[in-house]
Design a protein around this ligand. Sequence first.
Ligand code: GLP
Length: 259
Amino acid sequence: MAEVVIVPTPAAAGELVADEIVRLVRTRPDAVLGLATGSTPLPVYTALRPRLTGVDVSRVRGFALDEYVGIDPRHPESYRSVITREVVEPLGLDPDRIRTPDGSLDGIEHAGEDYETAIAAAGGVDLQLLGIGTSGHIGFNEPGSSFASRTRVKTLIEQTRADNARFFDSIDDVPRHCITQGLGTILDARHLFLLAFGEGKADAVAGAVEGPVTSSLPGSAIQLHPHVTVVVDEAAASRLRNADYYRYAFAHKPAWQGF
Ligand code: GLP
């Protein structure tokens, strides 16, 4: 079962996860981070900045979950640009060690396989950050995605395009296709941190943590992983049936246990 931690604010979630990332990088300076985009991981990146002062990050490696297909990588909302702006630059990471899937049309047929090869060559992802979409998607694995899927091109559902339209001038500018790590790829990471904030994520969180394991709610794939930490605020936790138990377990967590 995933460990569920209910925190008062997104900032508190960011601090908790950032502490864990710093611990990882201190023990493993060439750690491989699985990076996520969207609004949800931003508090983690914000909390990381002061915590990484004096920590050698020159060898840290990273792989983003996904990218739009056909978007100019210099477009401010390409995930390459977002990762550069929100993560690489503020945290002082080496841009050559941080990859996003290549969404350019030229070579798109083998971009997924290339990305899988690169992740494997890095020795796999140590710690994977995940948000969750209102459809229950993780990465861009929309409902129906196979639990065995690897990095590949997917078609976005209209709800996801509408959710992400806020980052573009209009919904017409939101690409229809994406390239995303598969659920099988994500499940290979050694530790998953799934974060969610706000009432709008409450159903997706309840489905992912307590619902049936089904490709209709791709986030439920986390139930198949042996080491998952779900960090949510009260609103996102509001439909969890066992919320009281999660609070109790966290309050009585043995000091030696860590995350
Ligand atoms: C996007 C991303 C996901 C993200 C999700 C939620 O479409 N591809 O990786 O987790 O939607 O986004 P947000 O965190 O902005 O709510």
